[in-house]
Design a protein around this ligand. Sequence first.
Ligand SMILES: Cc1cc2nc3c(=O)[nH]c(=O)nc-3n(C[C@H](O)[C@H](O)[C@H](O)COP(=O)(O)O)c2cc1C
Length: 452
Amino acid sequence: MGKFTYNSLEQLKVNVKKLGLELPFSENLSVLERKLAFHGREVPNRLAIHPMEGCDGMTDGSPDKLTLRRYERFAKGGAGLLWLEATAVVREGRANPRQLYIHESNKAQFKQLCASIREDHQAIYGPKSQPYTVLQLTHSGRYSRPDGKPEPVIGTHNEYLDRFMPEHFHIITDEELERLEDAYVVAAGLAKEAGFDAVDVKCCHRYLNSELLSGFTREGKYGGSFENRTRFLRNIIMKIKSAWGNSIDVTLRLNAFDAIPYPYGWGSDQNGGKEPDLSETVRLVKMLRAEGVEFLDLSCGNPYYNPHIGRPFDMGPYIPDEEPLVSAARMLNTMRTIQQSVPDMSVIATGFSWFRQYAPFIAAGGIENGWFTMAGFGREAFAYPDFAADIFQKGQMDAGKCCIACGKCTEIMRDGGKAGCVVRDAGVYVPIYKAGREGKPSQQSNRIDAHI
Ligand SMILES: Cc1cc2nc3c(=O)[nH]c(=O)nc-3n(C[C@H](O)[C@H](O)[C@H](O)COP(=O)(O)O)c2cc1C
């Protein structure tokens, strides 16, 4: 696997050419300061922070001290849109006992979190500025561990993913899915009361909703045809809209493609080719636009099975066959295809953290050239929460503060700890990382047969 060895933007551009890739570049970073609005609610600039689970909530699902600390840092960092992390809509759908979980008894704590984000942002950027806030709603499906041990709930069997699961897994029934649709509606109502601008009906990374998109072999009304496989997602969106109207926006984080072969992967070539086939994804995005969704956040892959696809890394659980630059370029090019196929849908793109201090130039180039509408940052936000402020105030990111794509934030999660940046926020996260690693085998032992 190639290490990140670029000493200049020029060198990076040369390698992009050498590998026959295409990426957008612009040194006009002022495009990142352009405002926009979703459903009439202003977004102060084009930089977003992606949802990033900290696994640091309380047992009842409320934000705890480290959760509040993370969002305080994000709010002060100046990004125009904060997409809050995966938050369960039912207890059994939690990915771990510390995953956020919104319900009637803790809505006040979510309201407090939302209010603190606004206050922390305004303390720095003035009373007229507000970040746009999205709460990501989820059911973790095959990755559910509400009490710390696996309790998988699957949408469909999967030849590639089932072998990593314990034997006892439950295939969710049509009746259970119908009831779950209503749980999302209740959670969206609570998010509205808490003051969030939008809810995300999470549909990425092969959690339950995302898995159903690839349910080619599932029988009944949620499997088989395109209409059936997308039914759960579309029903939830429709029901939220009909229950809560314009009082809260509805959006989604969507996998553009899974990088798992057909008939087990969404966005996969049905003729067996290795590269994604985005025709169904584009079809779905067009339908969602027609149903009133104005923007979405695109991602891809599965963080357990093929993490190099959606979060290119320089150190990780296995050594992929391809350069991280190829993975990052693939991701951004799929977002370009979707944005250009549905130009009136605002696409928030993923794939910037691995580029370190050169990311703003790709973000600006992509927006200038119509590849996407906003640029979102994930791991970078853990490492360097004020990356946006530096871009706007200094015209650059500081290489010494950047994420180094070492994968330690993910390792903490897999070890059952509270996630953050071990390298740049060492005082808090080195002790957590070390405690989690005790007695664990080395990472490289987990190699899997990645599809791409
Ligand atoms: C520790 C960790 C937690 C994450 N939690 C979430 C999450 O809650 N929801 C989600 O959609 N993606 C989640 N992601 C994925 C990120 O949002 C993002 O897609 C990914 O890190 C790639 O973007 P980047 O290259 O900017 O890091 C998580 C990633 C990491 C490393």
